[in-house]
Structures are given as structure tokens and as C-alpha cells.
Design a protein around this ligand. Sequence first.
Ligand code: PLP
Length: 376
Amino acid sequence: MKKIIYVDNAATTKLDNDAFEAMKPYLLDEYGNASQPYSFSRTSRKALKKSREVIAECINAKPTEIYFTSGGTESDNWAVKNTFFGGRKKSIITSEIEHHAILHSTKAIEQIGCNVVYLKPTREGLIIPEELSKFVTKETGFVSIMLANNEIGTIQPIQELAQMAHQVGALFHTDAVQAVGHIHVDVQDLGIDMLSASAHKFNGPKGIGFLYIKEGTPIVPYINGGAQEASLRAGTENVASIVGMAYALKKNCQNIDNNKRKINKLEKEFIRLLKEAGKIEFIKNGGKNTLSGNISLSFKNQDGEAMLHRLDLKGICVSTGSACDSHNTNISHVLQAIHLNKEYAKGTIRISLGKDNTIEEIKIVAEEIIKIVQIS
Ligand code: PLP
């Protein structure tokens, strides 16, 4: 098999080997349904309880405030649709640069009677409190702003935004799918009511995540059925994946500062190599305060999708910010929202570094990008 250089860690991450080992017993021998009272299920039940405690500790929450879901998409859907089904005030504020898990959920409830305002970011991708203050009213029931953007990495001033929402009695949710396990996340410090997270973004398994719901928050069940997750999210618990998620999160949280330091060094070297090559006109998107290693670059007069395919031929995995069909270039909603000049926007690729990337890999990626840009 061709050697792969994986620099698309914002799309997904490799499952941590130790997390996989921790999961194995629950896939094989300890298969008891965690909700059954007999002693065979005791080990699964204990693992579930322990995992909830570990995850809660990682974000400074209480174990009873962690609700397991199938991932970021479900957590986002639950948080948004709770506004409608919960019978609270039906005015919502979110931003133009949210993930589609939020935007398509707000579109869905707009069609059945909710009023939604989409805040505009600055050119750096920031949702500034002044922008929220223009729209927040006593009618606002729910505000959802992501903690860090998945395309351009911008980290938002969540504390101030949450305070502003609370001043009018609205609930505040943050989609922290790209942030949890990568930057320190403390739900008490942030002062939020709900937070979405997904295991496969922090070296856990795919198809598992959680929604943090602050004690006392008015919430309605999203998936109806059995009594799992305090009867709010029914379905037999996916114990193995929950164990893997807790393991991976704890490991990542214990190493956040080391990982960040390493990734920042790689990022700096990568940008240096591109700048040194000369004759390459590019912009780094997302402003000054971005997630480490989330490098969204827009190359002047290039085609991001063509770049992606040419890198793919070399075994390099990146994402693009635009997709071409034979007639059009579809620039992503995030790049459109930050009003990136078209001649740059269509040449956008996202390189997202992870803790396992090496300096040798970064040099190869830079070299291949330089070749593509210089010859086209
Ligand atoms: N929110 C953000 C910011 C994301 O980046 C993603 C995944 O890319 C999601 C939500 C959806 O998460 P999941 O893949 O776990 O459904």
C-alpha cells in the first residue's frame, strides 16, 4: 500500500491504540446490556459509569450532565430542536459559519415556525459580541455559536457570547466538536448550558459523542424509547465506544499542552517553507486565534479541488474549501461568509495537523504544494 500522509485531522482522527485495547473486552466477552440488572451486566454498567465520570471531569462537568449520543451531528440536532419541541421561546440565534449539523437543523425548524437569525462573522471568522447584541432580545430562546470553526479554525469568544444570551434568559449552546480534546474546555468557565462533542475528532471511535446539558436546563427527549440516559436519549448503550471515547478524551486532555506545542512547531515550519519558496501568493484564513494545526490556506488563482486530487495522487490527504463541477466553483458557506476574495477562495485547501504528524511529513506536504502552485 502507498504510504499515506494524513493531514486531514479535522475530518477525523486515527483511533488511539490504547483506546482500542480498552474497548475490546466490551465488544467480545463483556457484552451484557448495561441496563440489565443481573450480575453479568455489572462490568458493562460499571464501565459506563466510570466513562461518564472521566468525560465529565475532562470538561469540568458533573457526570449526570453528560448524555451519550451517536456523535456531533446528533448532539447538535438535539440542542437546536429542543428549542422547538421544548415549547420555549421559538427565536433562535446562530451564525452563518456553523457546521451543517447546526445549520440544517435550524433550517428544519424554521420551516415549522421558528424564527432564526444568522450572525455574520468578521473577515477573520469571529462572531463578535457586538454582532450578537444587535439581535438578542427578550424573545430569544436559544443561541448556538461554535467554539472553534471546522474549516478555518477560528476560536470564538464563547464566555462573552454566553453571558449576553443569559442576560435575556436565552439558553446558550456551543458546538465544541473541533475543540474538545484539543484545547482546554471548562464548561463552568465558559458559562454555557449545552455543549456538543464527538469522539472521532479526538482519537476515539466513530459514531459516538455526547451532549453536555447543564443541570436544571429545560430539555426534552430527542430519541424516545427506553430509560437510557435518564430517559432523554433512548437506545441500548454503546458501551465499547463509550469506553473508547472516555479513554481517548482523558489521554488527549492530559497531553493537550504537549500536543499543541508539537503541532504549533510543525505549523510554523510548514508556513515558513511555503513563504520561503517565493512567488506563491496565499492567505492563511481564520485570524490570530485559531486551533493549532488547523491551517486553511487560500492560494491566488488556484483550484482547491484540483490541488486536493493532485495531492491525493501523492498519498496526501487534505480537505478543500470549494468544490468544482464542470460549470461552477462552489465556495464553502464559511469562505463566503468571511467574504474571501473569489480569486483566493476557489484555491482554498485545509491542512489539519494531528499529534502523530512528523516534520518529515510536513516537509513533503509543503514541497508537493509548492510544486503544484509553481507549475500551474
Ligand atoms: N460539528 C462540527 C464543528 C464538526 O466539525 C463536525 C464534523 O465534522 C460535526 C459537528 C459532526 O460531527 P459527527 O461527525 O460526529 O457527526
